[in-house]
Design a protein around this ligand. Sequence first.
Ligand code: 3HC
Length: 311
Amino acid sequence: EDEAFLEAFQERIDREEKIEPNDPMPEGYRRTLVRQISQHAHSEIIGMQPEGNWITRAPSLKRKAALLAKVQDEGGHGLYLYAAAETLGVTREELVEQLLQGKAKYSSIFTYPTLSWADIGAIGWLVDGAAIMNQVPLCRCSFGPYARAMIRVCKEESFHQRQGYEIMLTLCNGTPEQKAMAQDALDRWWWPSLMMFGPHDSESQHGDQNMAWKIKRFTNDALRQKFVDATVPQAEFLGLKVPDPDLAWNEEKGGYDIGPIDWDEFRSVLKSGGFCGRDRIRNRRRAEEDGAWVREAAAAFAEKQATRQAD
Ligand code: 3HC
């Protein structure tokens, strides 16, 4: 693409215009959006597994119903996002195949195991809390279909976060064993939740370009900081201790300082699939195989409908 084209495109971005699928766009803009939206979609779909793990073991019908609704929502978020990615010229089948072949990333947070019911509270509170921090700015993303998908997703995400926090509150107001379960879950989910925001800005491969193209409205570290500043007071209200000995309020910056994030763990989880990565993909492959007949039947029915209408 020549300089003039790139400049004209950047001017559209700077004028806060929405880019729509049929608009001329730099190949790099299209490619980074396919990359990010497909990984986002994969994350939503794979994220159904750790949470779904507790549907049959929820402690009450109320908790089971809320968790069922949440897992179903995540599936819907994945479908919106695959649909947004398809507007950029890729097919859902291609994207799913990349995931099943281990060629596509999804958020490392979903490779961690859900060991107790308190994990379901911690996931809603922390993981969906982090997702909201990241997804609200994406509602103003320069690419129309992605921004519009996020508006619907964010409405449902706030329910997810509230039901998670309410589970944590119930446990913290319960027996000492229940409170200990909540603390154990916070200890295991705190740092992987911070990793959801991506590497530090200095290490972020796509950050600068994605900020220039207004795909991202805030950098990885800026969103992480907002998340920490909003979440630490909630942990204090719960009477739980954030597992970071270096956590301290910094009056000058008006936010918390945190200790070092273990990027070796982050890189090794990305490389090896972490605790449950292999299971997650194996389960997803089985679901793909088990669901093949449904897709074939739906396609055959759609074809019959189309020929009937044509006659
Ligand atoms: N897990 C796995 N990969 C990660 C990651 C994480 N937590 N954080 C960063 N990465 C990857 C990036 O994808 C990139 O790899 P790639 O070049 O192969 O795509 C590499 O690490 C470098 O990171 P960058 O900062 O350069 O990448 P981005 O600019 O894309 O920033 C991001 C990473 C902040 C995750 C961004 O992609 C983003 O905002 N994505 C959309 C939101 C999203 O995907 N959230 C994931 C969870 S979805 C969720 O929680 C749903 C809720 O309902 C539970």
